[in-house]
Each structure stands twice: as C-alpha cells, then as structure tokens.
Design a protein around this ligand. Structure first.
Ligand SMILES: Cc1ncc(COP(=O)(O)O)c(C=O)c1O
Length: 383
C-alpha cells in the first residue's frame, strides 16, 4: 500500500492501461463507443453514462477519500444537486446553519418546491442536532469549516448522532480536501467537494466530486449522474487530475502562509478580530486539532468599525479581489456585498457577516509579499 501523498501523484496513472505507455490518462472525447457486434456486452456505450477519462478520476477521488465509489460533476452545485436528489417529498434534512450561499439557494428555491424539508441547526452543538431530529429526518448535511466565519463542526460527533438515529451524514469537504480530513473515516456516509477550489487549485475549472462510503448509495448517485447528466467534461477532468497531483505540496504552502498571515493580522491595530481555526483558545481550534491534519488556509477578519473595508481591498496591489477560493493566487472578498449578498441583513448578522468582514483565501505566494501587500493597504487606511 502506498501513502496518500504518493497516491495523489500516481493514483490515477496506476489504473490506466494505455497501449502507448502514456503516463497520464488519455482524454477520451468520444461521445459514443462502437460495439464489436450488436450483441456484445460493452463497458462503454455513451459518455454521459460512462467515460474512461472520467472513470479514472472517479476511482482516484474514491481512493483518496477512502470510499466505495466517486463521481465527477460539472460543478460543486451539480454534485450537491445529485446528492440531494436521492431524497423524496416529505423527507427532512438537518442542515448546518452556516452553509455556502449557493447551497442555501438550491435548497430554498429549488428543493423546497419538491417538498423536501430542511431544518437549520448549529452543527457545532450535537445536542441541538439530536433534539431537532423528527421521524421524517433522513440526513444531516454540513460543511466542516463554514464559509465565511470558519466555524468547525466535529464529523465524529455529528455522525455518531446520525448513526444512532439511522440517518445519513453528508459532508461538504471543500475547504479541507482529503489531504486534511477524510470524513468517511470519521463516520460520514457521503463526502462532496466543489473541486473548483483546492482540488483544482488554479482558478481555471469548475467541477464537483462526490464519494460514497457504501455501494447502495453509490448506485443512487450513479443514477442521478446518468439520469440528470451533470457530468464533468474529459478536458476539465484532465485539469482537475493535474491539480490533484500537486495537492499536498500546495496545501502545505497554503497552510504555512495562512499561519503567518493570521499572526500578522492579529498583531495589527486596524484588525478588530481574526477568525482562523488555527488560533488556540476556541472550540473551532479544539475540534480542528482533534480531527483535522491542519487548519486550512482560509482566514476571515474584521476591520475596526472606523476603517473603510472597501478602500482596504481597493488598495491591495497583489491580492486579487475575487469571490472564489482555494487557488494558488491569494483572493480576498467582502462577504456582505459579494459571496453572501443574497442573505437578508438579519441572516447575515446571524451568520456573523458584518460590512467590516473580509474573507481571505491565502495563496502559495511568498508570505512576505502577501504581508507587505496587506501592510501597505492597512497603512493607507490609518493615515
Ligand atoms: C463550500 C462550498 N460548497 C459548494 C460550492 C459550489 O461549488 P461550485 O461553485 O463549484 O459549483 C462552493 C462554491 O463556492 C463552496 O464554497
């Protein structure tokens, strides 16, 4: 058995049987595959139903997440849609109360129309989750590190509650990746990703991945993938596979930089509060220390009330103002007016999103250059 970091590099090539000895899986663009004769039992007939390039990536992510089967989708949202589409009218899902805005929209403006019921609960509090369970509850869905305030949920504790009541645990592992946490090992049944973020890693593709722990769930996700059809293209699969090969080295640098930048921000007078699970003394730190192999590389922070957060981001020279995350380049955004703008002011407040809050996706540049950029912009504010 090889180790995780070796599997990142070699995992996908181990499965290819290319006649020319190609060390990377070929990109199969064919939409359809010829039958040797009309009665042959072929593995591939149509690329929405199955494609060798996609199978290769799907086996890789299943291997990395320690699951039964993996599935690749055209976006993180398509992946979430496929997962939630297995439920039926009347089923209830307990939701972490701080989830990605796009997931919130899919649930409220789409799945509720199909009579799925959702109940938002603080998943940091397993007792509250247990108290919310009703006879209709079928699953608990949450993000391990929440967006944008980086509150940490214990996969172990929540999946123990779920198991006790015969429910599924579904974890969005986008912020951590299997390099930092493998939720299926901690008790989850389904793990999913916006692979657009750290797994892809280069701001150049949109993708989603799902991995199931058990075969019956895999069959349901396969049905949704084939029937609804939100598959990832072979070209994007190749980009994603290449991104995954460098995941470990990128995450190491991302995290090393994030620790330095969190420290820098904590030391600055202009910064009122820093939210980062790597700062000791919080419940987030405790859970992350127990269950995660690191603290990730997302930092949120609030500027002092008398300082202008818009001016602050506008003055940055190196760090891009952009809404995505998990890329090699550092990205910063204002959740109140950008990623979480669709939340009402009350919901924003409930989620801890103030106009002074900034969400910072720390890249893999030289940390000193990032510090210098933040410092010059903060210096201009306090003049
Ligand atoms: C935690 C999380 N889950 C899911 C998604 C949706 O993924 P995508 O944008 O790839 O559709 C995002 C996007 O930002 C996200 O941050």
């Amino acid at each position: 058995m090889t180790s995780f970091n070796t599997d990142l590099v070699h995992g996908s090539s181990k499965q290819i049987k290319d006649a020319n000895g190609a060390i990377n899986p070929p990109i199969y663009t064919a939409t359809t595959y010829a039958y040797p004769d009309a009665e042959s039992n072929v593995q591939y007939d149509y690329s929405r139903s199955g494609n060798p390039t996609r199978d290769n990536l799907q086996s890789l992510i299943a291997q990395l997440e320690h699951g039964e089967a993996g599935f690749a989708f055209a976006s993180g949202m398509a992946a979430i849609h496929a997962v939630l589409s297995q439920f039926k009218p009347g089923d209830e899902i307990i939701l972490g109360d701080k989830i990605y805005g796009g997931t919130y929209r899919l649930i409220n403006e789409y799945f509720k129309r199909w009579q799925l019921k959702f109940k938002e609960v603080d998943t940091q509090d397993p007792a509250a989750v247990e108290a919310a369970i009703t006879p209709d509850t079928k699953a608990i869905y949450f993000e391990t590190f929440t967006n944008p305030r980086l509150q940490v949920t214990s996969v172990k504790e929540i999946s123990a509650v779920a198991k006790k009541h015969g429910l599924l645990t579904i974890v969005d592992n986008t912020f951590l990746t299997p390099y930092l946490q493998q939720p299926l090992d901690l008790g989850a049944d389904i793990v999913l990703h916006s692979a657009t973020k750290y797994l892809g890693g280069h701001s150049d593709l949109i993708a989603g991945l799902v991995v199931t722990k058990a075969k019956d769930l895999a069959e349901k996700i396969y049905f949704a993938q084939n029937a609804i059809g939100g598959i990832l293209s072979p070209q994007d699969i190749t980009l994603l596979r290449r991104g995954i090969q460098t995941l470990a080295v990128r995450m190491d640098r991302h995290q090393e930089n994030a620790l330095k930048l969190a420290k820098f921000l904590q030391d600055r007078d202009e910064v009122a509060k820093v939210y980062f699970p790597g700062i000791p003394g919080t419940r987030d730190y405790e859970i992350a220390t127990a269950e995660v192999r690191g603290y990730g590389a997302m930092i949120s922070f609030e500027l002092r009330d008398d300082l202008d957060a818009i001016q602050f981001v506008n003055h940055l020279q190196l760090i891009h103002i952009a809404v995505s995350l998990g890329a090699v380049e550092s990205l910063i955004e204002l959740p109140a007016t950008m990623t979480h703008a669709e939340l009402s002011p009350e919901d924003q407040l409930k989620a801890g999103i103030t106009p002074q809050l900034l969400r910072f996706s720390v890249g893999i540049e030289d940390a000193n250059d990032l510090i210098e950029d933040l410092a010059q912009s903060l210096d201009q504010l306090s003049k």
